[in-house]
Ligand binder design. Structure first.
Ligand SMILES: [Zn+2]
Length: 376
């Protein structure tokens, strides 16, 4: 049985089901990020409550702390973290190559860099990335790739594409955890020639799914959306398509419209940490004095554990006093908001109404008419 099934389409957009060893995921799917084996401040049960079906773990960080061997000894990342649903792990490539001042040497075999934890030299390769993810026991492992920041010279982009393919080919042969799916990653920034080449080479390796990496890394938003618009449909239609690193409301709707099935971002929890709420009409900075006596919930009509019980005035008080509960309530609300938005888009695809749903949501975000496209 195929791991992925498209159940509805609407223009380029798709709704589907991804089957993993730890359960099914309805797509499009927003994946909360649990970098260090926890979605910051939240219990796995709470993640379920706000609608998460799949979460991310981070190979780089878990390899160094507490060690993927430790996690393997304790039964893998599901048992270790208490989340028994699907987990996708990134390969560590993004961290290795985005912490550029820690890079020591890149060659065909792999990359040597200094760990951000203690500065000790370390070596990652496709085989190491496979071994770490095998130890973690994730449901979906990612290929070890080179993700350059936007605007690098052509030669550097070409080399990133070449090594990403070379490494994908090797990781495909490496041993995996039982039932573990493996996704390939296409690089090539927003450059039509390199991006097409990378997609062609990686797709030819017949992975269980494919990701667009190397976007949302510093290029303009329009450039990113334009590239996604032509690149996503080039990825094999019968496999899930994953856009790495997008999680704002507009971004989610636009990549879904382009035919993307999965996406992740630290934005909801990071925004919570700065004291802000994501809402259908934009961000609320709870530090703002205008909320001091505001009895309304963060968002009217929201059914999340924060909005059903607490006022803006109370959350503002918690945030200003740096109380932990403030961060937790904002994280719960922000995740709920994005997961509901994604579920609404999925339902709209089923009705063939994604364009209308997206237009209404974007108008609302831009301060347009106060309709309620996803709490009705
Ligand atoms: Zn809420």
């Amino acid at each position: 049985m195929s791991a992925f099934e498209v159940t509805a389409t609407d223009g380029a957009a798709r709704a589907g089901i991804l089957r993993t060893s730890h359960g099914d995921v309805e797509t499009p799917a927003f994946m909360p990020v649990g970098t260090k084996g926890t979605v910051k401040s939240l219990d796995p049960q709470e993640l379920r409550t706000v609608g998460a079906e799949i979460i991310l773990g981070n190979s780089y960080h878990l390899h160094f702390r507490p060690g993927d061997d430790v996690i393997a000894e304790l039964g893998g990342l599901h048992a270790f973290s208490g989340w028994d649903g699907p987990i996708l792990t990134d390969s560590g490539g993004f961290q290795v190559f985005s912490l550029r001042d820690t890079l020591i040497q890149v060659d065909d075999e792999g990359v040597t860099f200094r760990s951000v934890y203690d500065g000790a030299p370390e070596r990652f390769s496709p085989e190491v990335a496979a071994q770490i993810q095998r130890n973690l026991g994730s449901d979906i492992a990612m290929c070890f790739d080179i993700c350059p920041p936007a605007g690098v010279p052509t030669a550097e982009l070409a080399e990133a594409v070449r090594l990403t393919t070379l490494w994908a080919r090797r990781q495909r042969e490496a041993e995996r955890a039982p039932g573990q799916l493996l996704f390939g990653i296409a690089q090539g920034a927003a450059d039509p020639e390199f991006r097409r080449r990378s997609i062609e080479e990686v797709s030819a390796l017949d992975f269980d799914g494919h990701a667009l990496g190397g976007l949302a890394v510093g290029e303009s938003r329009e450039e990113m959306f334009e590239a996604t618009g032509w690149a996503a449909p080039l990825l094999p239609a019968q496999k899930p398509r994953y856009f790495m690193g997008i999680g704002d409301a507009e971004g989610i709707l636009r990549v879904i419209g382009a035919g993307i099935d999965m996406f992740d971002c630290v934005l909801p929890t990071r925004t919570a940490r700065t004291g802000s709420a994501l809402t259908a009409t934009g961000r609320l900075n709870l530090r703002n004095a205008r909320f001091a006596r505001d009895p309304r919930p963060l968002e009217e009509g929201c059914r999340c554990p924060a909005c059903t019980r607490f006022s803006r005035a109370y959350v503002r008080h918690l945030v200003n006093q740096e109380e932990l509960l403030g961060h937790r309530l904002l994280s719960l609300h922000n995740l709920h908001f994005l997961l509901e938005l994604t579920a609404g888009a999925r339902a709209a695809i089923g009705r063939g109404e994604l364009a209308d749903f997206t237009a209404a949501a974007l108008a609302r975000l831009a301060g347009g008419p106060q309709e309620d496209p996803w709490h009705s």
